[in-house]
Design a protein around this ligand. Structure first.
Ligand code: HEM
Length: 406
């Protein structure tokens, strides 16, 4: 009887944790739930809101292991079949070797640290221009006025897509990212169709008159035979547009927010600007932009930390939880820009390690330094508890951050 009682209590505990996972309060602050997961059930069997079972990996060491283990596949077409394909199905993010190697290889050269470093002064100009042209020099909405446009301008230039269309890209990419919380699937489908038509028309234009940009290079690769199919071309460009829209904006947003919430850290960074590299790494660790978009599935039955993960089960690595693991980081809930060598997992690990990491880091450094230099006294214009975090489980970021600049 005693054993049954214990089992019952642990089942209740489990269900209790599950019910806390997909709530508004979890979206606002997932860290208490993550702490409980790491402590009680580090390999947690979860019921997702869409009714599917899966596993959440919350400890750092386990996260690294799963991210590096090829038995956890990313190929979602293999898992769900061709009828559940999305625009991203034929991309490096959702493929295994050898396709992964070929698809990543085609764009990797455009994002090497050396090449990205060459963009420093141009990105600096973009950041300065944005601040020069703010609607007001007294207040701003950090997201709309600064954190969002900066990475978009940069990725649009790399790809060669027209900047005038950036509102459309924002609308489409918001839809894709928040898709899991959307009840209106008609709107989702409509946006997928519009986005696909837009890009297809753009590729046709580029084919006639290719330039130096990345899309031109990819279109040429597609035309020259078996390197890239048309579907893969659409996939990789969509992936880069979405990645360029939804991630770095939150590095800048979450990062500045952390500085505003910890004025002593802001003052330290103003006094010692050379700490910017460490500060960016700490921002990525403390409130990383990517949350549950690290899905994989077990391609065979796997015994993992005493749990039986059955073939076909979905597995999610909670990067933001791993980055607060007390076994890995001393005082993990403390935001400390002098933290030595962070080894956080905000960019993932293994073969799918973020391709855009050098670019995101550089954009983050320039955005934060330039803003602090220009407006050293800026402060939050709202109570931090009233800020609204974006719904959906894919990215972690705030919708709007009103700041007083002077
Ligand atoms: C992959 C995070 C910015 C392009 C990833 C992954 C993470 C990540 C965690 C791995 C997902 C997994 O293993 O399942 C971030 C963060 C960013 C950022 C935190 C900003 C701070 C960017 C940017 C670009 C980009 C700016 C493009 C310009 C990609 C691509 C992949 C990827 C193409 C797929 C790599 C592969 O599957 O081999 N990113 N990302 N990311 N990221 Fe980023």
């Amino acid at each position: 009887i005693h054993q049954n009682d214990e089992k019952h209590a642990s089942n209740q505990n489990h269900e209790n944790t599950n019910s806390h996972l997909f709530t508004a309060s979890f979206t606002n602050n997932p860290y208490p739930v993550y702490e409980k997961l790491r402590k009680d059930e580090p390999v947690f069997k979860v019921m997702f809101p869409h009714g599917e079972f899966g596993w959440i990996i919350s400890r750092y060491e386990d996260a690294v292991q799963v991210l590096k283990d090829s038995r956890f596949s990313k190929d979602m077409v293999k898992r769900y079949g061709a009828d559940r394909q999305s625009i991203f199905s034929s991309t490096m993010l959702f493929s295994d070797p050898p396709d992964h190697r070929r698809l990543r290889g085609l764009v990797q050269k455009a994002f090497t640290p050396q090449l990205v470093a060459g963009m420093r002064s141009h990105i600096q100009d973009i950041a300065s221009d944005l601040l020069d042209n703010l609607p007001s020099q007294e207040t701003m909405n950090l997201i709309d006025d600064y954190a969002f446009p900066l990475p978009i301008i940069v990725i649009s230039e790399i790809l060669g897509v027209p900047l005038e269309d950036r509102d459309k890209f924002r609308m489409w990419s918001n839809t894709f990212i928040e898709a899991s919380t959307m009840k209106n699937t008609v709107l989702l489908q409509q946006h997928v169709q519009e986005f696909t038509e837009y890009l297809t028309a753009w590729f046709a234009k580029v084919r006639k008159d290719p330039g130096q940009d990345l899309i031109s290079q990819l279109v040429i690769a597609e035309e020259s035979g078996d390197q890239l199919s048309e579907k893969e071309l659409l996939g990789v460009v969509s992936l880069l547009i979405i990645a360029g829209h939804e991630t770095t904006v939150n590095l800048i947003g979450n990062g500045i927010l952390a500085l505003l919430e910890h004025p002593e850290q802001r003052d330290l960074l103003i006094k010692r600007p050379e700490l910017i590299h460490q500060a960016i790494e700490e921002m990525l660790r403390y409130n990383g932009p990517v949350e549950f978009s690290t899905s994989r599935w077990a391609s065979e039955d796997i015994e993992f930390r005493g749990q039986h993960i059955a073939k076909g089960d979905l597995v999610i690595v909670a990067l933001d939880s791993a980055n607060r693991d007390e076994e890995q980081f001393k005082d993990p809930d403390v935001f400390d820009i002098t933290r030595e060598k962070s080894s956080h997992l905000a960019f993932g690990k293994g073969i799918h390690l973020c391709l855009g990491a050098p670019l995101a880091r550089l954009e983050g450094e320039i955005a934060v330094s330039t803003l602090l230099h220009r407006f050293p006294n800026m402060r939050l214009q709202a109570d931090v508890d009233t800020l609204e975090w974006r719904p959906g489980m894919v990215v972690r970021g705030v919708k709007e951050i009103p700041v007083q600049l002077i």
